[in-house]
Design a protein around this ligand. Structure first.
Ligand SMILES: NC(=O)c1ccc[n+]([C@@H]2O[C@H](COP(=O)([O-])OP(=O)(O)OC[C@H]3O[C@@H](n4cnc5c(N)ncnc54)[C@H](O)[C@@H]3O)[C@@H](O)[C@H]2O)c1
Length: 415
């Protein structure tokens, strides 16, 4: 597929970048691992490190590939680990390569964790905030430094274990930021403050920064859930109880169910109701469904007896593999046609410009549960929607008066 410029994942700009470099002879693809190893001076490992059932990182792919590299070696190589791996994996890779070599070839193992974000992977790769190089070898450090210089980003040269920890600590910190603002949002709903205003005010503080302060229904994807769990295991294996990170995960888990709670408190029983779902991917600009909040939300809604009509601009095919027995729609409006409510799960750009009048006409009950604060509460209220975002003040969703009003409106419309 790659040889024919077919990308196996959806990632904006990737196809064009690969094509350009293929045409100019800078990149080629092969399944011949020994051939590729023998031709290369630097070898990057980027295999998956998914979670085992106990939360620990599954290192079987790393170990397999290290063995294959060891067996294929024909001279000095730098083996760079880009996958996110527990602290100490560099030593394990070194040992496996040493044991599987057929001759005595020199090599160095480097940890250079990857920080790109899905959905903007190309931009992040070409303009990284920093490059981390963990190695105890001067020679490897020098070659890696030279290799990464054109990126024009700060290069941090450190030891292997610290490099491995930098990746986990960074992801755990970002996950903490998300759970923190989500808890602030939950409190805002109760005390009549608006989390978007709170985040705006907080963000000007340089020590806090204005990014990653968007309240919503929590993080998902292939990295934060698995890396937070893995770091708890890494700490636990070293006899340390990472209390804070455990709470971060718990808060994230609870946050996913908030839209359902809100739906029930307005609609009552969900048996026989139809719910539209806008967005299935774990975030916009990707078709990745790994740990997508939509999966748990839809599963729970189905358990409660609701029928589901869902739409995602690109993740439909991936979603079909993991979410069965729902109606997949070919545009956002179709999800709302005759639905008793709509939940916005993923903040795709196209949802920001939906025709509100059309939405209102199509919905059986004009109930919008906005899991990502995409819509303007005042506008939604003015248009006559029963609207709730996450931690918004304008329609203080949890105030008794509004809930009563919403329930009365629903009853009237249901009759
Ligand atoms: N996805 C992200 O946004 C992201 C960001 C930063 C870091 N990471 C880290 O990068 C690593 C890879 O993540 P991903 O999301 O790309 O995973 P992935 O599962 O989508 O891709 C891993 C690839 O490795 C291949 N593979 C497995 N075993 C192999 C072997 N023995 N030889 C050759 N290829 C093999 C698989 O076929 C697959 O194509 C993980 O450790 C992840 O934590 C991912």
């Amino acid at each position: 597929m790659l040889e024919n410029n077919i990308m196996p994942i959806y990632e904006p700009g990737l196809k064009e970048l690969v094509k350009k470099n293929q045409d100019e002879g800078r990149i080629s693809f092969t399944t011949d691992l020994p051939g590729a190893v023998q031709k290369s001076d630097v070898i990057f490992i980027a295999v998956g490190t998914p979670s085992l059932s106990n939360g620990e990182a599954d290192l079987q792919y790393i170990e397999a590939v290290a063995r294959e590299i060891g067996q294929a070696m024909n001279g000095y190589k730098i083996v760079v680990d880009k996958s996110t791996v527990p602290v100490g994996t560099g030593d394990r890779v070194r040992k496996i390569i040493s044991e599987s070599q057929t001759g005595e070839y020199g090599f160095d193992v480097v940890s250079a964790p990857e920080f790109l974000r899905e959905g903007c992977a190309v931009g992040d790769t070409l303009n990284p905030d920093r490059i981390i190089i963990g190695t105890s070898s001067k020679k490897a450090a020098q070659i890696m430094d030279e290799l990464h210089k054109p990126f024009n980003a700060p290069i941090v040269i450190t030891d292997v274990r610290s490099a491995e920890m930098i990746k986990y600590a960074s992801n755990a910190f970002l996950a903490t930021k998300i759970s923190f603002i989500n808890e602030i949002a939950n409190i805002c709903e109760k005390v009549g403050a608006d989390v978007t205003e709170v985040a705006r005010g907080m963000g000007y503080d340089k020590r806090i920064g204005n990014q990653f302060l968007m309240a919503g229904i929590g993080y998902g994807g292939s990295c934060f859930p698995k890396d937070t769990k893995a770091l708890i295991q890494i700490a636990g294996n070293a006899d340390y109880d990472f209390e804070l990170l455990k709470s971060v995960i718990k808060v994230n888990q609870i946050q996913r169910y908030k839209p359902i709670k809100k739906l029930i408190s307005i609609l009552g029983e969900l048996q026989g109701r139809t719910v539209g779902i806008l967005g299935l991917a774990f975030k916009p600009n990707t078709d990745d469904m790994r740990e997508a909040p939509s999966v748990e939300i839809i599963t729970e809604l189905k358990k409660l007896g609701a029928g589901i009509k869902a739409y995602d601009p690109v993740a439909g095919d991936e979603a079909r593999k993991v979410i069965k027995d729902i109606e997949y729609c070919s545009d956002p409006y179709e999800t709302m046609d005759g639905a008793d409510a709509v939940i916005l799960v993923t903040e795709w750009e196209e949802f920001k410009n939906l025709d509100l009048d059309k939405m209102k006409k199509l919905l059986n009950i004009p109930l919008v549960i906005d899991g990502r604060n995409v819509f303007d509460p005042a506008e939604m209220q003015a248009k006559g929607f029963i609207y709730t975002g996450v931690g918004r003040r304008q329609i203080a969703y949890l105030t008794r008066e509004y809930r009563k009003e919403a329930a009365a409106a629903v009853e009237k419309l249901t009759k």
